[in-house]
Design a protein around this ligand. Sequence first.
Ligand SMILES: [Zn+2]
Length: 164
Amino acid sequence: MAADAKYQGVYPQLVAKIIASYVSHHNVTAEQIPELIGSVHRAIDALGRPVEPPRTLTPAVPIRRSVQHDAVICLECGWKGKMLRRHLSTRHGLSSDQYLKRWSLSSDHPLTAPAYSAQRSTLARELGLGRGRRQSVAGSPAAGGARPRRGRPRGSRSGAATRP
Ligand SMILES: [Zn+2]
């Protein structure tokens, strides 16, 4: 009974054919047959493995080209835009992690166009400064001044327009 289950998913007919062919050309004792079946079975099983599709994915564009200065390209479908994150989830049902894994990309592979993310961080900084200024006016000077003091350039005699 257990032996039957063992043959599921393999090719019993093929095994039988090989055994029959072998037995008809060789002198095989009845005792050797189970062993023969086993080895043929293992051989076929091993053959099946590399043939099983390793599912190689073909990106819509070469990975190297998928990140441009002002756009990122979806490797799934070639969609081009500023941000992939939303596109991936709505169009492909993939989280950014899944996407990166799927294409064996490093975790810092940009999913937002570099130009766009730079723009956004500048915007965020501006918004942050604006808020900070208003807050300090409202009475929390500890929140940090609007002007960052650290890294103030020295050596004003070079003539550069430095802050007074
Ligand atoms: Zn896509």
